[in-house]
Design a protein around this ligand. Structure first.
Ligand SMILES: O=C(O)CCC(=O)C(=O)O
Ligand SMILES: [Fe+2]
Length: 357
């Protein structure tokens, strides 16, 4: 696909409301077709701040280090919670939280963060690389749930999670559109149930590269090989601009496509799930594991966070059974020096909401 796409299959971001909230059309599109590409959700200054931190951190495209860089998987320094403030600020941005809340029709306090990492992807000259079966350039069409969930997505109309790709680069420069297959109504054959017909699911071997994956699939499930080809034929491609956000789902067919050689595409991947969906794993080490650093960046982040931001990290909320005179004093003793305000938690203990009788 590289840096040019068939115009009739190009997806361009639609603008969010001026306050960054998703429009009704964007919400409907996510709920019916399985994705929406939105512009103006995050402040562009924040996107640019994160982008320049990442550009300085990763090898320059075209350098020998870039050629050796394994571009599959998340990047340690840019995994939540990170020492890069802009990265955490994007992750916990109230506009993203509000967007997920409107897509899932679920209060922000009932969401939990389960992924936030930044993926650098380098464009290689396809002729110069022998396609390996786990090559990440031209991915097989897939859904993301198998390595996020221990179970299987719930039926379409009760989604449990929202995945996001925050683009920090411009498609016009890097290529590497994300291909997505829009779901077309309740009987769309592309969205047949259950969603198990993809390499890596069940007893099928995991293979990333498109060509290798489809050869393998044709061998293992010959009766469904043409069906998988029909997914590729229906792809649409994100012609993203810096700051655009692709909101999609664990049950949306999609894939990464080849980039322009000699370029670096930076994206941040974020997932929020419903609090009760415990079968959706948190992909990273527990947040508390970043405590004890000399900079105290985790402790400072918790102290500075809003009640909603703390809630999505699993911090006990006002009104939780966790809070009592002893825990109020203890948490204040742990975080007070960083400016943590215990008052909202205290108030809820002093004046619990009256039970409905
Ligand atoms: O890089 C992209 O645009 C999509 C990547 C993707 O779908 C994946 O790695 O699971
Ligand atoms: Fe994916």
């Amino acid at each position: 696909m590289a840096a040019t796409i068939d115009e009739s299959r190009a997806l361009r971001a639609s603008p969010a409301h001026p306050d960054g909230s998703l429009t009704e059309a964007q919400v409907t599109r996510w709920r019916t077709q399985g994705f929406t590409l939105a512009h103006g959700v995050l402040p562009i200054d924040l996107v640019d701040a994160l982008r320049s931190e990442a550009v300085n951190h990763f090898p320059k495209p075209g350098s020998p280090e870039a050629a050796d860089f394994t571009d599959f998987g998340s990047a340690g320094a840019f995994t939540f919670p990170a020492t890069v403030a802009a990265f955490n600020d994007v992750t916990l941005h109230h506009r993203l939280l509000d967007a997920v809340s409107s897509l899932l029709d679920c209060p922000v306090e009932d969401l939990r963060l389960s992924q936030s990492d930044l993926w650098p992807k380098y464009g290689h000259d396809s002729g110069a690389r022998k396609s390996a079966i786990q090559d990440n350039a031209d991915q097989r069409i897939h859904v993301d749930y198998p390595n996020h969930s221990l179970a299987h997505p719930t039926p379409w109309n009760r989604p449990e999670a929202v995945e996001m790709i925050v683009y920090l680069s411009d498609f016009a420069e890097t290529g590497g559109a994300t291909a997505v297959v829009p779901r077309n109504g309740t009987r769309d054959p592309a969205y047949r149930w259950p969603i198990v017909d993809s390499p890596g699911i069940g007893d099928l071997r995991y293979i990333n590269d498109r060509e290798a994956a489809e050869d393998y699939f044709a061998d293992q499930r010959p009766e469904l090989a043409a069906w998988r080809q029909s997914l590729y034929q229906r792809e649409q491609y994100t012609a993203f601009k810096r700051g655009d956000v692709l909101f999609y789902r664990h049950d949306t067919w999609h894939r990464g496509t080849p980039m322009r050689a000699g370029t670096l595409r930076l994206v941040q991947n974020i997932t929020y799930r419903r609090a009760q969906a415990e079968w959706i794993s948190t992909l990273h080490t527990g947040w508390a594991w970043q405590a004890y650093r000399d900079s105290k960046y985790l402790e400072r982040m918790i102290a500075a966070a809003s009640l909603k931001q703390r809630a999505v990290l699993g911090f006990p909320q006002p009104g939780s059974d966790y809070w009592c005179a002893e825990t109020l004093a203890a948490v204040a003793a742990r975080y007070g020096m960083f400016g943590f305000d215990i008052a909202p938690y205290q108030r809820a203990v002093a004046a619990p909401e009256k039970p409905v009788v």
